[in-house]
Design a protein around this ligand. Structure first.
Ligand SMILES: Nc1ncnc2c1ncn2[C@@H]1O[C@H](COP(=O)(O)OP(=O)(O)O)[C@@H](O)[C@H]1O
Ligand SMILES: [Mg+2]
Length: 256
């Protein structure tokens, strides 16, 4: 069973009487353990697709199954729950709470999940160690560099052991060297068995993915492994960060 399966997914926005078809029938299946890059021009529907896959929004039409569950008809409460259980989201703008420390930001999904204080602190600290921020636990976002903020966001995305990590242009607000570090970190997460879906503008970044999906005008224009890539065969991976099978989790090293 695919981790993600969308069938003829449409999203239509209505603005001032005008209808904007942001997605026009996207059908896509993504297996557990894949690393998929989504590319396409600005306005082609990439973020709309990520938001639907990430359960931040529901489609106008079409079916979406995530980890065997029908998501397309869920109400806001159900979406919030499945998001908390299944999805780690990394945004271009980091989306951290400005008054909260790195540790508190990373603990947040665990607060929603009802995890107790000590266990929260233990898991959030381990997640921050994994992104090499163990010496910045008590810093607030404005006391961190852009790259460090995005690493806090990645730790937050992973702390709840999600089925899926979504990153929508995570390097868009970073200089290229810092961006490369973030992309490197996503590759490490994938190598550890995580399913990663990344929106990027850079062909060089996409070349590291198992598969590149090109979006044009709300449709899938192209979907294949990058040219010359030694594409890993699709496999059922175990022991991913967050997979229930993982005994220790966390990149196979630090427990998260
Ligand atoms: N909340 C919204 N309300 C109305 N139109 C929107 C909304 N979000 C996106 N759109 C429109 O949908 C299209 C796709 O947008 P988006 O998914 O953000 O594209 P991308 O991420 O590829 O740049 C664009 O034409 C955009 O203007
Ligand atoms: Mg976008």
């Amino acid at each position: 069973m695919a981790l993600i399966e969308t069938v003829d997914l449409w999203k239509t926005y209505v603005m001032g009487g005008e209808r904007i078809h942001a997605l026009r029938g996207v059908s896509i299946a993504i297996e557990r353990g894949e690393y998929v890059a989504i590319m396409g021009p600005s306005g082609s529907g990439k973020s709309t697709l990520m938001n639907l896959i990430g359960c931040l929004d529901t489609p106008t039409r079409g079916a979406y199954r995530l980890n065997g569950r029908n998501v397309d008809q869920m109400n806001d409460d159900e979406l919030a729950r499945i998001r908390n259980e299944e999805i780690g989201f990394v945004f271009q703008t980091f989306n951290l709470l400005p008054r909260a420390t790195a540790l508190q930001n990373v603990e947040l999904p665990l607060v929603y999940a009802g995890v107790g204080h000590r266990e929260r602190e233990r898991r959030a600290t381990a997640a921050l160690e994994m992104v090499e921020l163990e010496d910045r636990l008590l810093h607030r976002p404005n006391e961190l560099s852009g790259g460090q903020r995005q690493r806090v966001a990645i730790a937050r995305a992973l702390v709840n052991s999600p089925s899926l990590v979504l990153a929508d242009e995570p390097t868009g607000n970073l200089d290229s060297r810092t961006g490369d570090e973030i992309i490197g970190l996503l590759q490490v997460l994938h190598a550890a068995g995580n399913t990663v879906l990344l929106v990027t503008h850079e062909a060089g970044v996409a070349a590291h993915a198992d598969r590149v999906v090109q979006i044009r005008d709300g449709e899938v224009a192209h979907d294949q492994a990058p040219q010359g890539a030694h594409s890993a065969p699709r496999r059922e991976r175990r022991g991913a960060v967050g997979s229930p099978q993982a005994d220790a989790g966390g990149l196979g090293r630090s427990p998260v």
